[in-house]
Design a binder for this molecule. Structure first.
Ligand code: ATP
Length: 597
């Protein structure tokens, strides 16, 4: 019980609980049919926006199809209800199923597109649906629409006009909110966040970002279809207005106003968008101007939405002590491969061009089990490109990359990460607004078999997320930065961020770790400390490929070094051999300092 009370008292939850009680009280005091209708419309909009938060808020894609899926849901109910007299068990189900099927079909081509192209494509889909509805008169009633849609009934039980439909709509809002809450928490929620903020990093930790985007698009369409069905059952007429752009604009405004990822934001936004024009009506002919100004002001003052603003104020006025960290849980080391002879990674004659520039020109090398291999070379010599080819971010023009003898050069980045290659980035790729602990824990996504079914199903107590966080504490401790676990990643010093990235990479239990300039931003003591820790990991069976310009860091660390110049391997050998190699000295290291003869 005390745990539950503590949960209720955390963050802005006391306010949200008061808000819910206020809503219930408000609903019980409504007496006029008009007010009841408004309250029902608020619920329908809240449901629409709750769904829109998946694709727009959580996946970060500006889809402009939500209003169209709403219209399709409304038409399905309109047609089935007015023409065939079917009950809610059919209308609601099919109003969800058709937008879902439509979303599944259009997702494949449009979800590949980036930002504004994606928005434009989704806008185009809406226009096509609108034209179809106008042209297909026999089915949709054309521009006259459909009337005589029956009220909601389920299995022959009639749900009363007024309070009945209002309660039914708000029950759907409550169920939708619960569903959304389940989906957007824990490992799945964290995976959504990293995929939105940093898709390259998400793929590098084994998350299939396209699949997540696809799932969020389908979820949005389902919520929109249900909202459309409830709209048709409560208004009892459907016209092309249901497919027109103002519905989409209202949905977008609600989501931005309330908060793109806050469940309460969808409800608050819907209350405001429906009621503000009513509240401003006392201003007579100026009411629309006042309404517009109020919306604009809210969006400027609260870029993360009104609920986001509340959270910011709460954090500033009543800062909370960070929750206690979970007990660290160790990950298995790679001891079975310790001492194993042979090649873990083999790069064979890899070439990569960018236009006329040969970034990699026939690069071949091997990394042995448990080896620490250095990769050096002047700026622009192709080192990072090589890492990007190994990890599947770039596809080699020719040549191959083998891991344990198996070709991986045609695999997707997230699959390569899942097969045991983890990496860090030259330009750090953490999620700034996430706690350090969660930045690391999210990399356990694949190992915990996280996904939509886990989020919705058995794992009610989020045991997978708790295990992932416990592993993350262990890894942060292994890198000597456990004290930063509760901090926001964005606020950390550069050197610590690099270590957090290493901890995140290690959470993948890799057999090969690729590090891109890990010592940059670290002072001398920190460099010595990091080198010691890397040696420890290597002794436990981890192979490491390190790109580094910092020779005092790399030379004592690496067992072997490869030097690239203009995309070509110009030397390969022990650190001592590399230091003495005239080609390397000329292209990169320069002559050693000291008295000249
Ligand atoms: N996506 C890209 N598009 C076009 N050119 C690219 C791209 N990525 C890398 N290059 C070019 O390929 C060459 C090799 O770049 P790369 O980043 O691999 O060098 P690097 O050895 O890692 O350099 P640094 O030490 O400065 O990080 C450079 O000339 C770079 O401008």
């Amino acid at each position: 019980m005390s745990n539950f009370l503590r949960w209720c008292g955390a963050g802005i939850r006391p306010l949200l609980i008061l808000g819910v009680l206020g809503l219930v009280l408000w609903a019980t005091t409504i007496s006029s049919a008009y007010q009841m209708r408004l309250f029902t419309i608020v619920g329908i909009y809240a449901l629409l926006a709750l769904g829109y938060q998946f694709i727009f808020g959580h996946a970060g894609a500006l889809a402009l199809t939500q209003g169209s899926f709403f219209g399709v849901g409304a038409y399905v109910t309109g047609i089935l209800g007015s023409r065939y007299g079917l009950g809610g068990e059919y209308t609601l189900l099919l109003s969800v199923a058709l937008p879902l099927a439509l979303a599944a079909i259009v997702a494949a081509p449009v979800l590949r597109l980036d930002s504004h192209y994606f928005a434009l494509a989704t806008l185009g889909i809406g226009q096509v649906l609108l034209l179809v509805a106008i042209a297909w008169q026999d089915l949709t009633g054309g521009s006259n629409g459909l009337s005589g849609i029956p009220g909601l009934s389920v299995l022959g039980y009639e749900i009363k006009k007024g309070p009945g439909i209002m309660i039914a709509v708000w029950c759907c809002v409550a169920a939708g909110a619960l569903l959304s809450w389940r989906i957007t928490r824990g490992l799945y929620g964290a995976a959504l966040q990293i995929s939105r903020e940093n898709p390259v990093a998400a793929q590098a930790i084994g998350i299939d970002t396209a699949r997540l985007r696809y799932a969020t698009f389908l979820l949005s369409a389902m919520f929109a279809g249900l909202a459309g069905a409830l709209y048709a059952h409560s208004i009892r007429v459907v016209s092309v207005e249901a497919l027109e752009f103002p519905i989409m604009v209202a949905c977008l405004t609600i989501t931005v106003l309330g908060g793109r990822t806050h469940i309460a934001g969808a409800i608050l936004g819907a209350i405001l968008i429906v009621n503000l024009p009513e509240w401003f009506r006392v201003m007579e002919k100026y009411y629309l101007i006042a309404y517009g100004v109020a919306l604009l002001a809210a969006i400027i003052v609260a870029p993360y939405g009104l609920i986001g603003l509340l959270e910011q104020w709460r954090a500033k006025l009543w800062p909370e002590r960070p929750a206690a960290l979970p007990e660290p849980a160790a990950l298995p080391d790679k001891s079975p491969v310790v001492g194993q002879a042979g090649t873990l990674l083999e790069v064979q004659d890899v070439r990569k061009r960018f236009g006329g520039l040969k970034a990699l020109d026939g690069v071949s090398f091997k990394v042995a089990y448990g080896e620490i291999l250095g990769l050096i070379g002047p700026n622009g010599s192709g080192k990072t490109t090589m890492l990007n080819v190994i990890t599947g971010i770039y596809r080699a023009d020719t040549g191959s990359v083998l891991l344990n003898g198996e070709a991986i050069h045609e695999k997707a980045s997230f699959t390569i990460a899942g097969s045991g290659i983890a990496r860090t980035f030259q330009n750090i790729n953490l999620v700034d607004d996430m706690a350090v602990l969660d930045n690391v824990a999210v990399a356990r996504y694949g190992f915990e078999k996280a996904g939509l079914s886990q989020a919705l199903g058995a794992d009610w107590h989020e045991a997978a997320w708790q295990r992932a966080r416990a592993n993350a504490v262990y890894l942060l401790d292994a890198l000597g930065i456990a004290h930063t676990a509760s901090a926001r990643a964005g606020g950390l010093a550069y050197g610590i961020k690099r270590k957090v990235e290493i901890a995140r990479a290690l959470a993948l239990e890799p057999s090969l770790l690729l590090l891109d300039e890990p010592a940059a931003g670290l002072n001398e003591d920190e460099q010595i400390d990091l080198a010691d820790r890397l040696r420890t990991f290597s002794r436990k069976g981890l192979s490491i490929l390190v790109i580094e310009h910092n020779m005092p860091f790399l030379m004592p660390l690496a067992q072997r070094i490869i030097c690239l110049d203009h995309g070509v391997v110009i030397a390969e050998g022990t650190p001592a051999e590399i230091r003495a190699n005239p080609l390397v000295i000329e292209a990169y290291l320069g002559a050693p300092e000291g008295p000249q003869p």
